[in-house]
Design a protein around this ligand. Structure first.
Ligand SMILES: [Zn+2]
Length: 254
C-alpha cells in the first residue's frame, strides 16, 4: 500500500486522522471490520502456544481526514525518530462526493472506505504526486547530490594521486598545467604539497632500511649488504620516489 523511493529510503502511505491528532497505524486486516481504523497494536506472546496481536481501534466514522505519512530512513537505512519523519498537512474529509477536491486537499469517503482511500485510482495517484512534490522527490534529488559529491571526491582523490605519480616520474608543472587545462601557477599552487605524505613514507622506509644495517664507514661487507637492502623492491621504489622528488624540486626552481 506504500510508495517507495528508488533508493528505498522513503515509503509514503496514507492514514486516517482523528480530531485529537491520533493517526491510523497504516495497517488493516487482523479480523478488524472495515469501518474501524486500527490505531495501535500490541503483540502478546505471554502464552507461547497461542501468540496473539491485540488491536486498538477507532470508528472510521470519527475520522476527520487523512494525512500522507512517510517512513523516512537515514542513509544507512535506519528509520528516523518519529518526530523527524515527514507528515503532510491534513487532507480534510468532506461529507459528500460533490464536495471532493483531492488536489485542494478535500476528500470524500464512506466509513467503510476510510482506510482504503488511497488504494488505487485517481485519489492515490494525486496523493502520491503530492508526497513526491512536497517531500520524496526533493529527498531523492538530495540523495543523488550526496552520491554525486562522493564521486567528485573520489575523482579528485584519483586526480591528486595521478598528479603525484606524474610529478614523481619527472613531469614538470607545465605538463601538469597542459594536462589539466589550468594555468601553471594554479596547478603548482594546488598540487605542490600532493605527494608529501608519500615522500615522508618513502623517507621512513629508506631510513629504516639503512638503520636496520647500522652500517659503519669503510665496512665493505656492510656496504654490500646495504646495497642489497636498498635494492629490495619496496625500498627501491622509495629510493626512486625520493630521487624523482629531488629532481622535480630542482626543476621547480627554473
Ligand atoms: Zn520520507
Amino acid at each position: 500500500m506504500g510508495w517507495m523511493t528508488e533508493d528505498g529510503l522513503h515509503e509514503g502511505y496514507v492514514v486516517p486522522v482523528f480530531a485529537d491528532g491520533v493517526r491510523g497505524a497504516g495497517i488493516s486486516g487482523g479480523g478488524i471490520p472495515d469501518d474501524q481504523v486500527i490505531v495501535g497494536s500490541h503483540y502478546d506472546d505471554s502464552d507461547p502456544s497461542r501468540p496473539t496481536t491485540h488491536y486498538e481501534t477507532r470508528p472510521a466514522a470519527e475520522a476527520i481526514g487523512w494525512c500522507i505519512a512517510c517512513a523516512c530512513r537515514d542513509r544507512s537505512g535506519l528509520l528516523l525518530d518519529p518526530e523527524k519523519q515527514w507528515v503532510s498537512a491534513l487532507l480534510a474529509r468532506v461529507p459528500s462526493r460533490s464536495l471532493e477536491d483531492v488536489s485542494g486537499g478535500r476528500i470524500y469517503a464512506a466509513d467503510e472506505d476510510v482506510i482504503y482511500v488511497a488504494d488505487g485510482g485517481e485519489v492515490e495517484e494525486q496523493l502520491r504526486r503530492r508526497w513526491t512534490t512536497e517531500h520524496a522527490g526533493g529527498r531523492e534529488a538530495l540523495a543523488r547530490v550526496v552520491a554525486a559529491q562522493e564521486r567528485v571526491r573520489q575523482a579528485e582523490h584519483e586526480l591528486d594521486a595521478a598528479v603525484a605519480e606524474a610529478r614523481a616520474s619527472g613531469a614538470v608543472w607545465e605538463d601538469i598545467a597542459v594536462a589539466t587545462g589550468m594555468k601553471r601557477q594554479s596547478a603548482h599552487a594546488r598540487w605542490r604539497d600532493v605527494g608529501e605524505r608519500e615522500l615522508r613514507a618513502a623517507r621512513r622506509r629508506v631510513d629504516a632500511a639503512i638503520g636496520s644495517l647500522g652500517a659503519a664507514p669503510g665496512d665493505v661487507p656492510q656496504a654490500e649488504a646495504m646495497r642489497a637492502r636498498l635494492a629490495e623492491p619496496d625500498v627501491a621504489d622509495a629510493v626512486e620516489l625520493l630521487r624523482a622528488s629531488a629532481h622535480s624540486r630542482r626543476s621547480d626552481q627554473d
